[in-house]
Write a protein that binds this ligand. Structure first.
Ligand code: SAH
Length: 403
């Protein structure tokens, strides 16, 4: 049997591995040992490798990757992955979601696997009623997609089918074998899947929708907004399929306006509103660019949601992104009636909560309104943050009172 490539770290570079950081950077590697029978002259992208300290003691096992992150660690303190590895890890993620109280008759929408936060770097799985939608961000996870899909079916009794959707998430540095999208287990449902979140129904289109089809990470913040919505004129900017809008309507909003640049998303907002409320004459959906809409509107609102896509996808885009958040939030603050509420978010991983708060502070100062922070919100518990991998904290939000 060919043994896995052995990645030997430079002296003292094992410290982060001993502290359970899930990545090994290429700069930490001193040399790579390949067995005599190894068929290639270098480890192959996505292959399982062993990580050892400078003395050759194996500390961890992970997926090899071309790029500055060279290894994504799957297991610490072992020399090989146990045969039950995928089953055990998926079982653990499912147990956590059950203990979080997310599996109820009125809730079947949740994130089952959140990458590094579930000790499975490069893997995301969202569940919508009986369907798991899986995304691989590494070739290693792509290669193991079938084992992972089987483990999901074995461990999560409510899941009947696994759809794989990785055409936008896999790195492009190596040739990729095999399909990047399609049903790994089960077939396409005969009808659209309506998933339930806190008793509200949402049509999930994982084939054509963004990400896995829905933004599961805003569940708790939508529930918070519901409490503030009564008798208010609500504007939901960057609404996607209308998550915040539907909660606002249930919360008794006087009117709700949903805005997104995607016409497809706006169609889904309308369907979602109609599914949950038989006669919602107080809802308006507009397909428009956010800035065009805000610049053209004179109307003021009691409650505004600003949940834009990530402005900074990389660290080198931070300054531009901060300017973007400041501009957008200044617009939002201007449109709030005295005594109103702003829910404002950033899902850029590269912008931490201090930077975001500073951008919103600058926006408030620019507009010259009295602003107080009522809540500092973040991603929910089914998107856990590995304490050794603070990069996993990506969603941050402020709920502001604006006088
Ligand atoms: N709040 C949503 C998720 C928002 S995701 C929810 O709870 O589900 C970000 C959304 O911003 C996407 O739907 C995307 O289509 C939209 N978007 C991106 N650029 C935009 C722009 N310039 N103007 C308006 N919407 C935009």
């Amino acid at each position: 049997m060919t043994t896995a490539p052995l990645i030997i770290l430079k002296p003292r570079k094992e410290e982060s591995v001993l502290r359970f950081h899930p990545w090994v950077f290429s700069g930490a590697i001193s040399r790579i040992v390949l067995s005599k029978s190894y068929p290639y002259d270098a480890p192959q992208e996505g292959e399982i490798v062993q990580v050892a300290n400078a003395d050759g003691k194996v500390l961890a096992v992970g997926h090899w990757q071309i790029g500055s992150i060279a290894v994504r660690i799957l297991a610490f303190g072992v020399e090989t992955l146990p045969a039950t590895f995928w089953h055990d890890r998926i079982q653990a993620t499912w147990q956590l979601r059950q203990s979080l109280g997310l599996i109820r008759s009125d809730n079947n929408t949740f994130r089952l696997v959140h990458g590094e936060g579930d000790f499975l770097p490069g893997l995301v799985v969202d569940v919508y009623r009986d369907t798991a939608v899986m995304q691989a961000h590494s070739i290693g996870m792509h290669i193991q997609r079938m084992e992972i899909a089987k483990a999901i079916i074995d461990c999560v009794p409510i899941v009947k089918r696994v759809y794989y959707k990785s055409d936008d998430t896999l790195p492009f540095k190596a040739p990729i074998e095999g399909e990047k999208t399609g049903y790994l287990i089960g077939n396409a449902p005969s009808e659209f899947v309506w998933a339930t979140e806190n008793g509200l129904q949402f049509r999930i289109d994982w084939l054509n929708g963004q990400k896995t089809g829905f933004f599961v990470d805003q569940r708790d913040n939508r529930a918070l907004l519901e409490h503030y919505a009564k008798d208010h004129d609500v504007l939901n900017m960057f609404c996607y399929t209308g998550g915040f809008s539907v909660y606002a309507l249930r919360g008794g909003a006087k009117s709700v306006t949903s805005v997104d640049v995607s016409a497809k998303a706006i169609e889904l907002v309308k369907e979602n509103v109609a599914q949950n409320f038989t006669n919602a004459t107080n809802h308006t959906a507009v397909a428009a660019d956010a800035f065009d809409f805000l610049n053209a509107e004179d109307k003021k609102y009691d409650l505004i949601v600003l949940d834009p896509p990530a402005f900074a996808k990389h660290r080198d885009a931070i300054q531009n992104a901060l300017r973007g958040y400041r501009r957008l939030n200044a617009k939002g603050i201007e449109k709030i009636k005295p005594g109103g509420i702003l829910f404002t978010f950033s899902c850029s991983q590269a912008i931490d909560k201090e930077m975001f708060r500073l951008a919103v502070f600058s926006a408030a100062a620019q507009v010259g309104r009295k602003v107080r922070i009522l809540h500092q919100v973040h991603q929910p518990a089914d998107h856990p943050i590995n304490i050794y991998h603070p990069e996993g904290e990506y969603l941050k939000g402020l709920v502001l009172s604006i006088e």
